[in-house]
Write a protein that binds this ligand. Structure first.
Ligand SMILES: *Cc1c(COP(=O)(O)O)cnc(C)c1O
Length: 423
């Protein structure tokens, strides 16, 4: 049987498009066959400039590659379809997407953000936006006190759900309802879940941002970002800034990231299934104090996950507190054999890191601990390897790390003089 794919799905008429499922869109949206050669996979269009037949009359849709080029266009169409957005704009990094959204605000604007926002976003909010006259208020429980923080000049609310690295969730619909009643727009950084597990625009968000570097590209070999939305007015403002600021990705990176998109559903589903197994194993280990994973029934906001995430899945990210403090946490990160000690996340390979000393080292200890980032907190990005191998890797590293650190503590306490070895 021949299945005919209707290529009009590239540009959904009006989101969301219920006609095709996620996997079909991931493979086909924004992927026209080459009209001259019939190539099934789009060519990489490296040309920076495009011929004009008369002044101001380019041959096709393109003039100069910073403004737009075929690979970026196709990638943007693909992710727009997956995020149920009318438009998407690609940037040179997730940080560039964030910066461009903040730059679109008038001087004197006010932003409200969740406290445990991505470190680079926190840095932009506190050290760059201020120079443009934009101020940011941080709140640890945005659903509770959002109304109190909204001022006359509040323009934007910035949410990350799940948060990094404690995996706390925000009820996007609840925040968006209050925000919209006061004329404020809502941005959701959806990097940790990817469009496969969560579509923030469907829950009332106005803009969704991604570090494409993570799950969307998914192979740890491209740095890129993206913003997706439905408003024509936002498209005009943000694409003007995308071109004027020039923080655009290369054609080659767009092609690679688009190739990643085609397997997004398979990768994220497997990562999530694997992370669930690892989270369950951690939960029943005597060496573990607490596990943060939205896929577990013990997660304090499990109901939000059930409502907002596809199939209530927890995603590929988790964090946990190990017994034995910072020393045990550090040893654990060195002792895993499949999980590699490295920053970043969302790739096919599993990674492990120590937020207090790596990704979140810039945050003062008291502020860190106030949001649950203790010295013994380990963050893991689970990839698509075999779940059983990942579980045994984690269990052997736990055993060794806790035992070694326990033995060192006993030795340091010395020959029974002091008696009470540290637990
Ligand atoms: C990595 C990351 C970013 C920043 O993206 P870059 O591509 O590194 O600039 C923003 N938000 C989250 C949640 C991230 O993990």
């Amino acid at each position: 049987m021949t299945v005919t794919i209707d290529h009009s799905i590239e540009t959904p008429p009006r989101p969301p498009t219920p006609v095709h499922g996620f996997g079909t869109l991931a493979v086909h949206a924004g992927s026209p066959h080459d009209p001259t050669t019939g190539a099934v996979i789009e060519p990489i269009s490296l040309s920076t400039t495009f011929e004009q037949t008369a002044v101001g009359h380019p041959v096709g849709a393109y003039e100069y590659s910073r403004s737009s080029n075929p690979n970026r266009d196709n990638f943007e169409k693909a992710v727009a379809a997956l995020e149920h957005a009318k438009y998407a704009l690609a940037f040179g990094s997730g940080s560039a997407a964030t910066a461009t959204i903040l730059q679109s605000l008038a001087p004197g604007s006010h932003v409200i953000s969740v406290s445990d926002v991505y470190g680079g976003t926190h840095r932009y909010f506190t050290r760059v936006a201020k120079a443009h006259g934009v101020t940011v208020t941080f709140t640890p429980q945005i659903e509770v006190d959002i109304s109190e923080h909204i001022r006359e000049n509040t323009k934007l609310i910035w949410i990350e759900s799940p948060s990094n690295p404690t995996l706390r969730l925000v009820d996007i619909r609840a925040v968006a309802s209050v925000a919209h009643s006061r004329g404020v727009q809502v941005v959701v950084d959806n990097t940790f879940l990817s469009p496969y597990l969560q579509n923030p625009l469907d829950h009332g968000a106005d803009i969704v941002v991604h570090s494409v570097t993570k799950y969307i590209n998914g192979h740890s070999d491209v740095v890129m970002g993206l913003a997706a939305f439905n408003s024509d007015e936002l498209r005009e403002r943000l694409s003007f800034l995308q071109n004027a600021g020039g923080a655009v990705p290369s054609a080659f990176d767009c092609w690679l990231a688009h190739r990643g998109v085609k397997t997004l559903h398979l990768r994220v589903r497997q990562s999530s299934l694997n992370a669930h197994e690892v989270a369950s194993a951690l939960s029943s280990s005597p060496h573990v104090l607490a596990v943060n994973y939205p896929g577990l029934d013990s997660h304090p906001q499990r109901a939000v996950a059930q409502k907002q995430h596809r199939g209530g899945m927890g995603g590929g990210m988790l964090s946990f507190r190990i017994r034995g403090g910072r020393a045990a946490a550090e040893r654990f990160c060195q002792l895993t054999k499949i999980y590699t000690l490295a920053e970043s996340l969302g790739g096919i390979e599993s990674l492990v890191e120590l937020p207090s000393a790596m990704t979140h080292a810039g945050i003062p200890q008291d502020q860190r601990e106030a949001v649950g980032v203790y010295d013994d907190l380990v963050r893991m990005s689970t990839g698509i390897e075999e779940a059983a191998d990942l579980v045994s890797d984690v269990l052997q590293a736990l055993d060794r790390a806790v035992r070694e650190v326990g033995e060192q503590a006993a030795a340091a306490n010395g020959n029974g003089v002091n008696g009470h070895a540290q637990a």
